[in-house]
Design a binder for this molecule. Structure first.
Ligand code: HSE
Length: 397
């Protein structure tokens, strides 16, 4: 019998506790022994919770209990979560975490501690919710040089854009619904401003390229500038709009960023709606692989956390767990220098846009939009001067 401690009993932690009970036989078969949830650590009482008898408030109870072999961290953030994960690893316990902020910001340091203590730090749930992506990258695709990885990495924003574009719902109503469904972060600014997707693309870049990509060093543009007019204009141009995180190898450098993108209606990512996420990996042997599934939500995320618990209990330390190291100072190239075609929405009329950019513009009420030739953003910004441009997003080729 393996004894587990769970940190946090919110959306994800609650899902983990529930899944450990509801799928206990399946989980025991996978782990080779039963998993018993011995403690749940919370900051306050939850008298009505079915697991209330397991609640503790002091981490040292868990840290000092030699029976606990694995700690599942589902608190979020880098404050208390960082302290407890580090203490758990130093105490010789395996840790699984759903915490993208923690892994993106402190993963390099914590993985080094885990290796030093010969324990595991697993974080499959930190990117893509229930989608298997971290193990496929480190195991199934291990023979590839990954040249590019990009995807829809935030369920809340994809849900909002789907509701706005397909159901004509307002931004605020769609956001409230995403919060009610348990998709959004406690502060949804992290979702809508692209920070959550930024943390996730940094983790994917860390794994694919083996170098630390700090979230504060990448360009992040969120979805707050996307309007109902963009839904109409993009549709007329043959595109939809999705928030993508993207990491691309450029010889010895990387470009990593988050931005709304125009996605052609012939591309698989254009059909990924609601809370679903999709991640495309381009490997030099395998070509393109697309991973698709629920990117947020209680049980999809718990599915990935509990899979890590099973793996940690088996402690099959096969040397394939991800690790990354500090990169060179000039590792990151500015994503605005990446030549792209661009969607430009402006108050200038269609004729003015066509005169500047060539091609054919479309119009909806006071706005016109056009797709430009390929160029870096700096060049584009010079051309945009005086056109009343309100939105500029790259086209995904
Ligand atoms: N707020 C996140 C999202 C949760 O919407 O994708 C899953 O990481």
């Amino acid at each position: 019998m393996a004894k587990i401690a769970l940190l946090g009993i919110g959306t994800v932690g609650g899902g983990v506790a529930e899944l450990l009970c509801s799928n206990a036989a399946q989980i025991a078969a996978g782990a080779g022994e039963k998993l018993e949830l011995k403690y749940i650590m919370c900051s306050r009482a939850h008298p009505d919770n079915p697991f209330a008898d397991k609640i503790v408030y002091d981490f040292s109870v868990i840290e000092n209990d030699e029976e606990i072999s694995v700690v599942a961290e589902c608190i979020g953030g880098v404050g208390a979560a960082y302290e407890y994960v580090k203490r758990a690893l130093l105490a010789g316990k395996n840790v699984v975490s759903s915490n993208k902020e923690l892994i993106a910001e402190r993963g390099m340091e914590l993985l080094a501690i885990a290796a030093q203590k010969n324990v595991r730090l697993l974080f499959e749930a930190s990117v893509g919710g229930g989608i298997p992506i971290i193990r496929p990258l480190t195991q199934c695709l291990a023979a590839n040089r990954v040249d590019e990885i990009y995807g829809i990495l935030n369920g809340t924003t994809n849900y909002i854009l789907t509701q706005m574009f397909q159901c004509e719902q307002s931004f605020d109503t769609a956001l409230r619904e995403a919060q009610r469904l348990g998709y959004a972060e406690s502060d949804p600014t992290a979702d809508i401003e692209g920070l959550d997707a930024g943390r996730k693309i940094c983790i994917l870049a860390d794994i694919c390229f083996g170098r630390n990509v700090p979230p504060e060093k990448i360009r992040i543009r969120g979805i707050t500038g996307i309007t109902a007019a963009d839904a109409v204009l993009a549709g007329r141009l043959g595109f939809t709009v999705k928030l993508l995180g993207r990491a691309k190898r450029m010889e010895n450098r990387l470009t990593v960023y988050v931005s709304p993108h125009m996605i052609g209606e012939d591309k698989l990512l254009s059909g990924i709606s609601g809370v679903m996420n999709g991640i495309c990996v381009k490997g030099n042997a395998v070509g393109e692989c697309l991973f698709y599934g629920a990117g947020a939500g209680r049980l999809p995320t718990a599915s990935a956390v509990v899979a890590d618990l099973i793996d940690a209990v088996r402690h099959v330390s096969d040397g394939k767990d991800p690790r990354w190291v500090e990169g060179a100072n000039d590792l990151l190239a500015d994503s605005d220098e990446l030549p792209c075609r661009w969607y430009v929405r402006a108050k200038a009329g269609a004729a003015a846009l066509e005169r500047v950019f060539g091609g054919t513009a479309v119009t909806e009420n006071v706005y016109s939009a056009i797709i430009t030739q390929e160029m870096p953003r700096s060049e584009l910004e010079d051309l945009c001067a005086g056109l009343g441009v309100e939105a500029v997003w790259p086209v995904l080729e």
